[in-house]
Design a protein around this ligand. Sequence first.
Ligand code: ATP
Ligand code: MG
Length: 491
Amino acid sequence: MKRVGVGSREPGVGSREPGTGSGKGVATADKPRIVIADDEQSMREWMRLLFQRDGFDVLIAEDGVKAKELVANEYVDVVLTDIRMPRLDGVSLLKSIRESAPDVIVAMMTAHWSQDSNEWNQARLGGAAALFEKPFRDVNDVTRHVRQLLESRRLRHENVVLRETTADMGFAGIIGRSPAMLEVFRLVEQVCRTNSTVLISGESGTGKELVARAIHSLSLRRDRPFVAVNCGAMPEALLESELFGHVRGAFTSADKDKKGLIEAGDGGTIFLDEIGEMPPTMQVKLLRVLQERKYRRVGGTEEQSSNIRVIAATNRDLPKQVSEGKFREDLFYRLNVIPLTMPALRYRADDIPLIADHFLVKYTKEMNKTIDGFAVDTSAALRAYPWPGNVRELENVVERAVALESERQVQIGTLPENIQKGRPATSRPGDVAEAGEGFNLERHLQDIERSHLERALERADGVQTRAADVLGLSFRQFRYLIKKHGIKRES
Ligand SMILES: Nc1ncnc2c1ncn2[C@@H]1O[C@H](COP(=O)(O)OP(=O)(O)OP(=O)(O)O)[C@@H](O)[C@H]1O
Ligand SMILES: [Mg+2]
């Protein structure tokens, strides 16, 4: 069995996995939590007092099996374990925790200690963070040492986050410095330290997958796999075997056992893209993985346990799908432990030049061309365009421009015609008749609104009172709208 940190405490994040009912995994604010595993009751009780006095939240285990269960079901920072114990000894416990919950610090203690004993070697090689000899010479040494281990884990983590931050461009390969993106970075930084399920929503091309990968690569799971699956891209039966695997003979073409992604990604992160497309029966099975960390291979009878972090993404309005009965409400709440919304590019126009430059550098390098930047009117057009396809569309436009450009700067004429005019190809009212799958009226109206504001400003030579008149709006209404769309005065 491999389970880890279900309902982990999330430092600084205001939400918590709901509805376990038992108050599982809820540790008091900032107290570190330690599991003391020892088969001797007096020792357990004494250590409990010792660590409680030192400000720890203490859980007790009388053997390795119990300790393993605690690590699987509770939020735990440290395990301090005896080596010789019934049912499961300390070294085996260490091994299992290193695999299932590598972020948990394991320290060991033994009365049968000698530098060259087999146990000592096994503990050391198995990754024990510290080894204490019983009886302790100075008990304060033990608590002090455990505190130090916690502190160095914290520092190690902060370093990873710092390394990934570049002050002027963005965070972990995600470009942006608009307030909306800074908020995204703040959330990513907080959730990467937890095992909590994250639900990322946002329009197509806003960077949902990029953010999911960033969370994984900043987390303690970074050395384990990141597996991604598009829940809308395949028929139900295939999706099920893709996720859960199958046993030989489960269906005609199943000529051997096959691992599913949940198993292949064990210890890592699974990215469930387009979760809103998941068929109802699969929703039930996924719920079980989230609730009990259990599943069965297709055609299999054996229960499998999973230690995988789930990050889901959707470009649909999931609460609305819930209210329409198309998506299970219980699953929605299980997924929505930490909601993260990717802002559309048109609401963070300040990021447009930054991202455009980033892709310009990338594609000039790739295509071996010399282009230094965008001409002034090209930049203005890029900024004015509402980018219904978001960053992905911007990337494609820059890539195409780099391929076509023969000057040292990207000229406005090199951009697609609709972008030269700052209007999306789809924002003509006539398009409503053609509205089909994926059409979003709200977004469409926003695009039209924005393009009217921009054209009014253009006609009024940037004089806002005049532009407001052109549109028959009060100055206050006008100001409100240009602020909402992030349109800068001078445009
Ligand atoms: N802030 C950003 N900085 C740099 N690149 C970005 C940023 N946002 C998105 N991208 C790039 O844009 C492309 C689209 O991003 P991604 O695939 O993460 O979007 P998505 O939200 O998952 O879209 P969809 O809903 O269509 O799947 C990717 O190539 C990604 O690397
Ligand atoms: Mg995607």
